[in-house]
Write a protein that binds this ligand. Structure first.
Ligand code: PHE
Length: 390
């Protein structure tokens, strides 16, 4: 090798070395790989950024991003900045399992935020548990999620409560006694919520006159709706996600079904009324938060969120924000950044003032919180009532 080529070779090596050194520091939020630099903590996020539930993933991501931006802007946690690594699971449980494994084993994240959908959190939780990496789901409400183990937490209420809220709303506010159910049998959340609703509604003296099912991804619900129509229910409980619920609403009206539809938090998306249009007017669903809440904390959150994302945060964004902030609060209190210490600190969370309510983690690693009932009126979500846990 002559002198000139050696110099050239050295030059390119040093450029390479510089790039390699600079790379971790240059990684933006949402990057997918990279070992943590000494002055940063990696947080992993798994969400449905694409697919039939994409608004769940996107809104949650925005909420988390806003939280981490504020925390980093205020100096981070114990002098370390938080860096978010976000992976898209496309709304598939198998992908959720693969991506959480990657975040833990390759990226070595300190904690996991996600998923929204219970079926996907159920696919992730055993993995986080086995690696002893704390996981907080913002909004998975199926009871089985946190039962997976002592590293798995949630900052939302659970479906026995949510189901009871809507059953009591049907019995006491709508004053109906005959309800039909249309559940998504491919969705753990939907199946669970349908059962919890049924339990409370029957206790309140109500009757379930039909119990029909569909599978996520279906587009034609006419045969189920026809058979429901034949039973003359006074309301139909459809505890599914927005894409199918929007179509169900349209087809129900096309078949001449006029009674209100009811649902749970899975309805919370601006796409619901984009898909369902006016067919959803006069329908009701339970949710975690309402932007109509006039408390100064909620209104400040809405203003901050709007200034970054130019839209009003839905419940998922609010839950994502709270999940990230509960994690940060725990990391500040934890003795170290070890999984065990952070786990203990999350478990010790008491009276944390979130934008979705006061969060205390109970012995099942769940939050006990109030719910709101929302009415869909001319394509808008209008706050109807707030129900506290008994
Ligand atoms: N609670 C739903 C589930 O467990 C997820 C969800 C939460 C969807 C909030 C929309 C809004 O699957």
């Amino acid at each position: 090798m002559n002198r000139r080529t050696l110099t050239d070779a050295l030059k390119s090596i040093s450029v390479f070395a510089l790039l390699a050194l600079a790379a971790p520091a240059c990684k933006k939020d949402g990057a997918t790989t990279g070992a943590p630099a000494a002055d940063e903590i990696l947080i992993g996020e798994v969400g449905s950024l694409t697919g039939g539930e994409a608004t769940f993933g996107k809104s949650t991501h925005n909420g988390i991003e806003l939280a981490l931006k504020q925390v980093n802007g205020a100096g981070g946690v114990k002098g370390k900045k938080l860096r978010l690594l976000t992976l898209d699971d496309q709304g598939k449980p198998e992908e959720a399992a693969t991506t959480v494994t990657k975040l833990i084993t390759q990226d070595k994240v300190t904690a996991i935020l996600g998923e929204v959908a219970s079926s996907r959190s159920l696919a992730m939780a055993p993995i986080a548990q086995s690696y002893k990496v704390p996981m907080i789901t913002p909004s998975s409400t199926n009871p089985r999620v946190t039962a997976v183990g002592n590293y798995i937490f949630r900052v939302c209420f659970i479906d026995p409560f949510q189901g009871a809220v809507m059953a009591k709303f049907a019995a006491n506010t709508l004053k109906v006694t005959k309800v039909a159910i249309l559940r998504d049998v491919k969705n753990d959340y939907s199946v669970g919520l349908a059962n919890f609703f049924t339990e409370t509604f029957k206790k309140a003296g109500g009757e379930i006159v039909a119990d029909q099912s569909y599978s996520a991804g279906d587009v034609d619900f006419k045969s189920q709706l026809t058979s429901i129509k034949g039973k003359n229910p006074q309301a139909i409980f459809v505890p599914g996600y927005y894409t199918e619920v929007g179509l169900v609403a349209r087809q129900a009206r096309e078949l001449g079904i006029k009674v209100p539809l009811m649902g749970g938090d899975g309805w919370d998306s601006e796409k619901l009324t984009e898909i369902g249009g006016d067919a959803l007017n006069g329908s009701f669903f339970s949710n975690h938060y309402s932007p109509d809440d006039m408390s100064p904390q909620v209104q400040k959150f809405i203003a901050d969120y709007k200034s970054v994302f130019n839209t009003i945060p839905d419940g998922l964004a609010a839950m994502g924000y709270d999940a990230a902030m509960v994690l940060v609060d725990a990391m500040k209190r934890a003795n170290s950044f070890s999984g065990e210490d952070i786990r203990q600190a999350i478990a010790d969370t008491k009276n944390y003032q979130g934008v979705t309510g006061v969060i205390t983690i109970n012995e099942n690693r769940d939050a006990v919180k109030s719910a709101v009932v929302i009415e869909v009126k001319t394509k808008k979500f209008v706050f109807k009532e707030k129900i506290n846990p008994s």
